[in-house]
Design a protein around this ligand. Structure first.
Ligand code: TRP
Length: 393
């Protein structure tokens, strides 16, 4: 049995509804963990990356067929509202614009900061369910796990030969992750995963990578590896690899129930798959402040404003208007509004997720089909790499 991907999925209200101050740059990639601003030391300044992204958006509008997107996630648990408004809806948007998309489930990458990943197969299944539920269409988007694609992983070896140990150790995102790691020793995988990520991106010659700011150092390394590979092994001026661009998009910063950034690992998130009652409980537990009057002021009142923003995103309304409607009715009224808005907005997504969860055979088949496509593409690329490196025997 297959479930059609055509049942209605709510579209994201235009971000124009909120004041610019409420948005920060964040595309796909690692929206889950602490964003530290640790990337400010990279050579791509944010403003350059932003400018480039705006240009790219224009080019996508003109000719979506000329691009290939690769993006993805570590399978570490159920996706939440922060992921939805931060990255998932943007992926669906690109897919629906007609951009060919590869969606990677980075299962090896889960092992960067822990010794054992519990039930990776279930985490991967959860991720595929979330993807399907939000409207990722496997007929148009290739969903695959990088551990299932041998030729992709083999690219890691020549790629590692193209980067220095000091380049790897300078990566600000890796440094930050090491600082927050739950391991006593840093594994070789942690140190080298950005080169692995370059293989994730370059195996399919993606030219666009929708990511968050924390992933920019990895994108820069990917570009460096592509350039060095082409310089060292390219023949007749034909590059083997494109130098992919990061695609940053404006995304709302949603706080979790404890008032810090919404994140799986902090237990402060509202999962997409949560039931209506679970959602009500989570919203009720959310931190607010001592003022009865509800206003939208992200600087001065971050917790209350994040709740207002969440309701506004779900309702497709301006957050100032949402706040004004609640006015002096206080935090309880705000939370009731948020709960209702979230539950209504997510109802079709949850309904689809539940239906797919009834048919895990189909879900696994989606992944197997995606793995097969990714393997074909990776074999072709590895063939080109072998030819360029003169390792065809
Ligand atoms: N590093 C990303 C994260 O932590 C996941 C990821 C792995 C990824 N490979 C990728 C993202 C390639 C974009 C492109 O979420």
């Amino acid at each position: 049995m297959s479930i059609s991907a055509t049942s209605p999925v709510p579209t994201l209200p235009a971000p124009a509804g909120a004041s610019p101050g409420t948005y920060r740059e964040q595309g796909g990639g690692k929206s889950d963990e602490t964003s530290t601003g640790a990337t400010t030391g990279t050579t791509i300044g944010m403003s350059a990356a932003q400018r480039r992204s705006a240009e790219l958006e224009e080019l996508i509008r003109q000719d979506p067929g000329r691009f290939r997107v690769l993006t993805g996630d570590r399978p570490t648990g159920r996706l939440h509202l922060g992921h939805y408004f931060g990255t998932l809806h943007n992926r669906v948007r690109l897919q629906d614009l007609g951009v060919e998309t590869f969606l990677i489930i980075a299962d090896y990458q889960v092992l960067t900061d822990r010794d054992v990943a519990d039930r990776l197969d279930e985490r991967v299944e959860d991720l595929v369910l979330d993807y399907l539920a939000v409207g990722i269409d496997p007929a148009r988007t290739t969903i695959f796990a990088h551990s299932a694609v041998s030729a992709l992983n083999q690219l890691l070896l020549p790629f590692l030969s193209l980067v220095s140990v000091s380049e790897l150790s300078r990566n600000p995102t890796v440094k930050d992750e090491i600082a927050h790691s739950r391991q006593s020793a840093v594994s070789g995988l942690m140190f080298t995963y950005p080169a692995h990520q370059a293989a994730d991106i370059l195996f399919c010659k993606a030219d666009l990578v929708p990511v968050g700011q924390d992933q920019l150092p990895h994108l820069e390394l990917t570009r460096t590896i592509a350039r060095r590979f082409n310089d060292r092994y390219g023949t007749g001026g034909t590059p083997v690899f494109p130098e992919p661009d990061a695609l940053l998009s404006a995304a709302p910063l949603l706080l979790g129930t404890d008032g810090t950034k919404m994140s799986k690992s902090r237990g402060n998130a509202i999962p997409l798959a949560a039931g209506a009652d679970e959602t009500a409980l989570l919203v009720r537990s959310a931190k607010t402040d001592a003022h009865r009057h509800i206003a939208y002021d992200p600087e001065a009142r971050p917790e209350v404003s994040s709740l207002v923003l969440l309701a506004a995103l779900c309702l497709g309304r301006d957050p100032h208007e949402v706040a004004a409607d609640i006015g002096d009715k206080g935090a309880a009224a705000l939370k009731a509004t948020v709960t209702e808005a979230v539950n209504e907005y997510l109802a079709p997504i949850r309904e689809r997720r539940a239906r797919y969860a009834q048919d895990l055979g189909y879900v696994r088949q989606v992944l197997r089909d995606g793995n097969e496509i990714a393997n074909e593409v990776a074999e072709t690329t590895l063939g080109e790499v072998r030819a360029a490196m003169k390792t065809l025997y």
